[in-house]
Design a protein around this ligand. Structure first.
Ligand code: IPE
Ligand code: MG
Length: 220
């Protein structure tokens, strides 16, 4: 979800106004993900590198996370959405940690859309964590399975489609293991402007891509 800051700057607004507008875009995209029967949506909300930003922006984002848990929990439950957080949340204030854990718990029985929120997330540290956990549990050669079951995304399928808004063509340490065979979709639109139509276009792109997983083209 890239481009919130630039969206705000273009309008001479503080960056946090862009993040707030980004949240509105997110609400629309979640609705259309449900409409189009997407099973899982994973959002890159805050990376391990985002701590380098000015404290004003970090505090603004933390408040936004906290306020949106307050305002959205009931709606998430009504819409049968289950929430998981990917990342090390122990760095957040106790209050925010409690809110996150309670949101995850309250939505855990929901059977609809799986909404994963990457918070204080970095793929390299996730992979390292998984390797360290796996070697503690097992001696000898590790298999892919030993690693995947120790990632934050354990029990989840690999990513099919990765969308990055905001014009940069890079992955910025997001889900590196899980996107080995993902289709990558980059769009210049800034995240707050990303519409249902843009989302559907990304789904069309995915639908029209032939996935070969290293195999040869299959004749139809
Ligand atoms: C991404 O938007 C959202 C978060 C990191 C939460 P940016 O804040 O990176 O927006 P730009 O890239 O500065 O426009
Ligand atoms: Mg950015």
């Amino acid at each position: 979800m890239d481009g919130n800051g630039r969206w705000a700057k273009k309008r001479l607004l503080p960056r946090i106004a862009g993040h707030k507008k980004g949240l509105e875009a997110l609400q629309k995209i979640i609705k259309s993900a449900i409409k189009y029967n997407i099973s899982t949506v994973t959002l890159y909300a805050f990376s391990t590198e985002n701590w380098n930003r000015p404290s004003e922006e970090i505090n603004g984002l933390m408040n936004l996370f906290s306020e949106s848990i307050n305002s959205e929990t009931d709606k998430l439950i009504e819409n049968n959405i289950s929430v998981l957080v990917l990342g090390d949340i122990t760095i957040f204030t106790k209050e925010l940690q409690i809110k996150i854990k309670s949101l995850v718990k309250k939505t855990s029985k929901n059977t609809g859309l799986k909404l994963n929120i990457a918070l204080n997330y970095g793929a390299r540290s996730e992979i390292l964590m998984a390797v360290n956990k796996a070697t503690k549990k097992k001696s000898g050669v590790l298999l892919e399975k030993d690693l995947t079951e120790n990632l934050y995304t354990k029990n989840m399928p690999d990513v099919d489609l990765l969308i990055r808004t905001g014009g940069q063509r890079r992955l910025s340490n997001f889900l590196l293991w899980q996107i080995a065979y993902s289709e990558l979709y980059f769009i210049d639109t800034l995240w707050p402007d990303f519409s249902e139509k843009d989302f559907v276009n990304a789904l069309y792109f995915f639908q029209n891509t032939e996935r070969k997983f290293g195999n040869l083209k299959v004749d139809k």
